[in-house]
Design a binder for this molecule. Structure first.
Ligand code: AMP
Length: 304
């Protein structure tokens, strides 16, 4: 089964304590669709400007990513620049230039409207809702968000949450969204807004998956132990893309909590590879066998 992914497609400039690189392929939908492509075929919905390098388009195509939903318009592509501090968990946004993204309205080709698995990767929640407006009710909808939207577009985000199955966000965002300081209570509050499931990422400390507490639906996924982190950009997007890709690959009529656990591990596997190099460089050389091996390794490090 294919997955539909909407989000940003960007040219990023990223600075770490060791290196700086400009005009890298980035954006939430770029990372997520490449991550998903290790499990299934992806349909990409987004916008780029006339400056967007053909090499990046060719790369998406080499990953069998369907680009019928990619709009290419006159003007400059979305640009984002970020800097990581000595502690790479800390990042500052240096600049954002919306450019063609400012007037983006996602438009779904007819052939995408029945796609059963949907990832609304990080963009404004009103645009994420607009994608759902154009679809028959998908089987499973995953939404990713960020602190910016919780701060400036909370009503839009809450309206969207009533229509989705799984919300992915990090620990500080979960607290910001719910005004709770305890993650268990934050997850319960979020489930009250609509999503049956909540995945709370804790950076280098892994991820918690919450479902129905009455059924003991709780899973703690470790983070893969990595000594050399080169560029954390896009880890969250790869997590989301790997997760939805794995769900679509299994393609069952009902999604069970056991399946979601496997999907969370698959997302963590791709994210852990992605941070080993800048931009999407590590995923360019990643082999399916490496993905399988690290999936098993996750099992080994968390079993006792
Ligand atoms: P992450 O590291 O998971 O937060 O994702 C980083 C990616 O998000 C970068 O490649 C950026 O281009 C993209 N990005 C940053 N800010 C935004 C935004 N406001 N909306 C959509 N995408 C963004």
């Amino acid at each position: 089964m294919p997955v539909l992914i909407v989000g940003s497609i960007a040219l990023d400039t990223v600075k770490t304590p060791a290196e700086e690189h400009a005009d890298l392929l980035g954006g939430s939908a770029s990372y997520a669709s490449v991550a998903a492509s290790f499990f299934t075929s992806a349909q990409l919905v987004g916008i780029v400007g006339s400056d967007f390098p053909q090499a990046h388009v060719d790369y998406f195509q080499s990953r069998q990513i369907d680009l019928e939903g990619l709009q290419k318009v006159a003007g400059e592509s979305f640009r984002w620049s970020g800097e990581y501090m000595t502690d790479m968990n800390v990042r500052e946004t240096r600049s954002v230039a919306l450019n063609v993204f400012e007037h983006f309205t996602p438009h779904l080709p007819e052939s995408y409207r029945q796609t059963p698995f949907v990832l609304l990767a990080n963009i404004a929640p009103a645009l994420q809702s607009h994608v759902l407006d154009q679809m028959a009710r998908p089987r499973f909808v995953v939404v990713d968000t960020m602190d910016l939207w919780i701060t400036i577009a909370k009503p839009d985000l809450l309206a969207l949450l009533a229509r989705v199955d799984l919300l992915i966000l990090n620990d500080s965002e979960a607290k910001l969204l719910t005004d709770e300081t305890n993650l268990i209570r934050a997850a319960e509050a979020i489930r009250g807004y609509g999503p049956q499931y909540v995945a709370i990422k804790k950076g280098e400390h892994g991820c918690l998956l919450f479902g129905d507490p009455a059924k003991q639906e709780f899973f703690s996924c470790p983070a893969f132990p990595l000594a050399n982190l080169h560029d954390p950009t896009g880890a969250g997007d790869c997590f989301a893309g790997g997760l939805i890709g794995q769900l679509a690959r299994e393609d069952t009529p009902e999604i069970t909590f056991e399946q979601l656990k496997r999907a969370v591990v698959s997302g963590s596997v791709v994210a852990s590879f992605n941070v080993e190099a800048f931009s999407l460089e590590r995923l360019r050389t990643l082999e399916p066998k490496e993905v399988e091996d690290r999936y098993l390794e996750f099992g080994r490090i968390s079993r006792f």
